[in-house]
Design a protein around this ligand. Structure first.
Ligand code: PMP
Length: 308
């Protein structure tokens, strides 16, 4: 493989040189905004999945958090494409926007935001281990535990993909892991389902409709939106609505969605089988459809692939 490089504010630097100071405001205060997207080898070439949507979500995160991002969407899309071209074997891309200033102030006087764009290679990076874990986690348990809401002033809104938003979720996931579960579903203050730490949640309800928690409560997952769009195109009725913990316990089909896992069937919740403990028909249908779309095998959804 060629020497890997990372895009930093308009230039490519060596992998090991893409660093920040330990006192960087974003590291100390958790203000790093990021987004993560997948890259696929398709019959028509290498493509980034829904690149514009991911970059637009990063721009929104920066607006919510108050990071003055100095780049237009198109500039960042071009930079992502260039990063993939420069790094053979890229399987995903992470864009990070951060304040490198080492000032001690919470809101630094130098608000300059540096953008880094890195391409992961699933064979070379730690992500390879994650993939193994994801395969194992097909048989997934969930632990329903704590509240999550973006309404309060002292909490970061769920739409912001900012580092600080992941601390509480990480603590919850660690607790679930310590009890033998693979992942955790976070509930809002009223006890309704929101999402897992890095994935959105879907279930098939008693009417055979696909249901997922409302947009205002969750990160607007690009995979979530893709699955809703695909399901509607397949004639499946979809609802974005409140889901209680009880409904989740009693559902016969359930799955999580995210860039790194696609459509990920959940086969157990709190130790109880979901349905008969096998992947349900609608879940399998949607998973296969999504896989075909990202592989470039679905002409109707070709517009979601951005050839680099
Ligand atoms: N929720 C959260 C909190 C996440 O971090 C992610 C991963 N980006 C998702 C949901 C799934 O989003 P996507 O489908 O865009 O990867």
């Amino acid at each position: 493989m060629t020497e890997r490089t990372i895009w930093r504010d308009g230039e490519f630097v060596a992998w090991q040189d893409a660093t920040v100071h330990v006192l960087a405001q974003s590291l100390q205060r958790g203000s790093l905004a990021f987004d993560y997207l997948s890259v696929h080898r398709t019959p028509r070439g290498v493509a980034a999945f829904r690149l514009r949507d991911h970059v637009e979500r990063l721009v929104r995160t920066c607006q919510i958090v108050g990071l003055p991002l100095g780049y237009a969407t198109e500039e960042l899309m071009d930079a992502c494409a260039a990063t993939v071209r420069r790094n053979d074997g890229a399987t995903s891309v992470k864009i990070s926007a951060l304040i490198p200033s080492i000032e001690v102030e919470l809101v630094p006087q130098d608000p300059h935001v540096t953008v880094f764009i890195a391409a992961y290679d699933s064979d070379a990076d730690i992500i390879a281990k994650n993939r193994g874990e994801f395969r194992r986690c097909t048989d997934l348990s969930l632990y329903i535990e704590r509240d999550k809401t973006g309404r309060r002033e002292d909490l970061v809104p769920p739409h912001a993909k900012v580092a600080a938003n992941y601390t509480a979720a990480m603590m919850a996931k660690c607790k679930a892991r310590a009890q033998g579960f693979d992942d955790i579903i976070l509930l809002d203050e009223r006890g309704f389902v929101t999402e897992a730490p890095t994935t959105n949640v879907f279930l098939v309800d008693g009417n055979g409709h696909l249901a997922t928690p409302p947009a205002q409560k969750v990160l607007l997952g690009i995979t979530r939106d893709s699955v809703l769009t695909l399901a509607r195109a397949m004639g499946i009725a979809c609802e974005e609505r409140d889901i209680s913990a009880d409904e989740l316990h009693n559902t016969r089909q359930m799955f999580l969605t995210g860039t790194s896992v696609g459509v990920w069937p959940v086969l157990r919740v709190n130790g109880q089988l979901v349905g008969d403990g096998r992947i349900g028909a609608m879940t399998a249908q949607l998973r296969d459809k999504y896989r075909a779309v990202v592989a470039g095998e679905e002409p109707d959804f070709e517009h979601w692939l951005y050839y680099v």
